[in-house]
Design a protein around this ligand. Structure first.
Ligand code: ADP
Ligand code: ZN
Length: 234
């Protein structure tokens, strides 16, 4: 199962991708997370990437493509994966199609997260991340049990560098201009489905699983009970 989650920053893609990854037992590939790791290492590439990320601009396509190529060639990706935050430009989407072609594989589904501007603002301004384990919290929707301490590992929770107001505004603009056109691209391939991302996390997760299930099993019947092909026609 090869999935892409598309949606504006703050639409909850990351949270959902992590949940889906556990349930479907395929890796969650977030280019944002990978880049934040690269930045921590303070290599030249890390410093270059950081400069873009701090402004809310996109890291150049060639860097991203290299990261993805390396990542999907690892053995844990054999049964599929969930892309979160990739592709983000038309060039990235075209490169991904090329990779699929070369490997004789096919994309299964793109899910578009749709959300109101109001929820988006709350989600972004309330976001906190554990400086140790990367777990994410939200002051409005998913507050930590104690102060600014991670429930899981006791690490200190911090806002993300790029969640500052002017950077958020830029990230939303970049999404609209560079990533939104991908919806059209995948509509042409008839691979995209929308989801209302204003919902609570658990409900959203249920709905996502149903969407994915319907894709894998379009008859809407559990496999064992499926009728023979001729009588299953409607
Ligand atoms: P969000 O979707 O919440 O803005 P991400 O964690 O996905 O955040 O990405 C953070 C930053 O990392 C982006 O603003 C961008 O600078 C960079 N980035 C992540 N994925 C990509 C990508 N596919 N192409 C270019 N830049 C990316
Ligand atoms: Zn933690």
């Amino acid at each position: 199962m090869k999935l892409i989650l598309i949606g504006p920053p703050g639409s909850g893609k990351g949270t959902q991708a992590r949940l889906l990854s556990k349930k479907l037992k395929i890796p969650h590939i977030s280019t944002g997370d990978i880049l934040r790791e690269v930045v921590k290492n303070k290599t030249q590439l890390g410093q270059e990437a950081q400069a873009y990320m701090e402004k809310g601009e996109l890291v150049p396509d060639n860097v991203i493509i290299e990261i993805i190529k390396e990542r999907v060639s690892r053995p844990d990706c054999e049964k599929g994966y969930i892309f979160d935050g990739f592709p983000r430009t038309l060039t990235q989407a075209q490169m991904l199609d090329k990779i699929f072609k070369e490997k004789n594989k096919e994309l299964d589904l793109v899910i578009q997260f749709k959300i109101s501007d109001e929820s988006l603002t709350k989600r972004l301004s309330g976001r906190l991340i554990c400086s140790k384990c990367g777990a994410d919290y939200n002051l409005y929707f998913k507050p930590p049990r104690v102060g600014d301490i991670c429930d899981r590992c006791g690490g200190k929770l911090l806002p993300r560098q790029d969640d500052k107001k002017n950077v958020v505004i830029n990230r939303l603009k970049v999404f609209k201009n560079q990533t939104k056109p991908l919806v059209n691209y995948y509509q042409k391939q008839a691979k995209i489905k929308d989801i209302d991302a204003d919902k609570k996390s658990e409900n959203l997760n249920q709905e996502l699983l149903q969407l994915i299930d319907a894709e894998v099993n379009p008859n809407g019947l559990p496999e064992k009970q499926s009728f023979p092909a001729e009588s299953a026609e409607e």
